[in-house]
Write a protein that binds this ligand. Structure first.
Ligand code: TYD
Length: 424
């Protein structure tokens, strides 16, 4: 282990927070009757103390700057705070450090309550042993005293990761290693001049530096999305993907049948309305497509620590071929054992709409594939099989009533995923 304690800055290091910060700066200036700043001047506000930036960049005097900071904070706490995204790779870097038993702390110049709200909002709280921010009432805390407070009582070797010169200077003043986060708002030159011991251009590079080159990547998360044709699962999958990406996860979205070149060819065959085939052939083709997809796409992505969101997986075969085509759920599970080879979803989101509603939604579609042309009785059997799977399949299944408005359905789906992510 290289370090036994690692301290992080927040804005520009863990989160890309510029959009919210810029909006609140312009809002504050407007409220006080000053003209808005040119876009090119705004990046200077991320990182350094706000009072100083309002003086130095916007040319305000001390008392004007104080008013501007008050107006800024009001707007920022209201809406700016959450107009941010977590940099890709951050949750996995934090997981890796925790797995190595490293003490992890946050040292932010943000008021402490806001720092907590941001960590909570993005699901990051659980990774931190200690969270240090500016105390209410204090004008602005200098970085060095924040770092001092964030350090554990005892440590051998500690590093500070930050994206601005203030972070590097404070780290060096305390005898810590300074790791520059060049993915944030400072430049590599700024970080080096301020004494950075290392500069990482991506979060992955920082992870290799902090955790060691051959530290194993934490395993990713496999989430399958299931439901009747017409349940809206593709729309929901995209919304869930965006939610995960904003939390700093690398996301792969894929689908079955398909997802890999050979599997896409099988998809064309199996869904072709011109072809007729027996139910057994159909079931085996889906399984064959899956075997390839698991090995070419799903496993490699999970090994790299990504979230795999899969539009249909083995439960589709169990419900459609096992239930719909009446091959029997057990039998279809059995022929799929070799295809999945133990790679099963950590979470299955099952979007439930009744067979009739799904049928009505589908009948608005123009070109129906071979499966979608099956009758209502077929889809009722598929629905029943899904319901039985969810009942007996235990923990992995989360049923979501997909007859409600899209946003309510998305909120449920994202909450289920957040709970899964919080487990590791
Ligand atoms: P899907 O890609 O969800 O359809 P679309 O993109 O047209 O909305 O699925 C294609 C069809 O394949 C769908 O009717 C369900 C069926 N299917 C099975 O019958 N068994 C399976 O194992 C899979 C993965 C899909």
């Amino acid at each position: 282990m290289r370090y036994d304690a690692v301290l992080f800055d927040l804005d520009g290091t863990l989160t890309a927070s510029a959009p919210g910060i810029f909006g609140s700066v312009q809002h504050a200036l407007m409220q006080l009757g000053y003209p808005p700043l040119e876009d090119s001047k705004l990046p200077g506000f991320v990182g350094p103390p706000l009072y100083e930036s309002f003086e130095r960049i916007a040319g305000l005097d001390a008392s004007q700057a104080e008013q501007a900071v008050a107006a800024y904070r009001e707007h920022y706490e209201d809406s700016g705070l959450f107009r941010a995204t977590v940099y890709e790779g951050i949750p996995n870097l934090l997981r890796q450090l925790r797995a190595q038993g490293v003490y992890v702390a946050l040292a932010s110049a943000k008021p402490i309550a806001l720092a907590h709200r941001v960590l909570e909002h993005f699901g990051l709280t659980r990774f931190f042993d200690r969270v240090i921010g500016a105390d209410p009432g204090r004008r602005e805390s200098d970085k060095q005293s924040l770092l001092q407070d964030a350090l554990p009582a005892r440590y051998e070797r500690a590093a500070m990761v930050g994206d601005r010169r203030y972070d590097m200077e404070a780290a060096k003043a305390l005898g810590l290693d300074a790791v520059g986060a060049a993915w944030g708002y400072g430049t590599e030159a700024e970080l080096r001049e301020a004494g950075a011991d290392a500069v990482a251009h991506t979060v992955g590079e920082a992870a290799r530096y902090l955790c060691g080159e051959d530290a194993p990547a934490p395993r990713g998360f496999f989430i399958s999305i299931e439901g009747l044709d017409g349940c809206g699962k593709t729309t929901q999958m995209n919304a869930v993907a965006a939610h995960a990406a904003a939390r700093g996860y690398a996301v792969v979205t894929t689908r079955e049948p398909g997802g890999a070149p050979v599997s896409e060819e099988i998809r064309r065959l199996v869904l072709d309305p011109e072809k007729s085939m027996c139910a057994q052939t159909e079931a085996l083709l889906y399984a064959a497509a899956r075997a390839e997809h698991v090995r070419q796409v799903i496993r490699p992505a999970l090994e790299k620590g990504k979230i795999v969101l899969c539009d249909r997986f083995v439960d589709s075969s169990i419900a459609y071929q096992g239930g719909g085509r009446e091959l029997g759920m057990e039998q279809v599970m059995a022929i799929n054992a070799m295809a999945v080879g133990g790679t099963m979803p950590d979470l299955t989101l099952l979007f439930l709409v009744d067979a009739r509603t799904a049928f009505l939604r589908r009948s608005n579609a123009t070109a129906l594939d071979r499966l979608e042309r099956a009758g209502e009785a077929f889809f009722q059997r598929v629905y029943d099989a899904y319901a039985r799977l969810a009942q007996s399949g235990g923990e992995r299944f989360r049923c979501i009533d997909a007859c409600r408005d899209i946003d309510a359905v998305t909120a449920d789906a994202c909450a289920h995923m957040d709970r899964l992510l919080a487990q590791r």
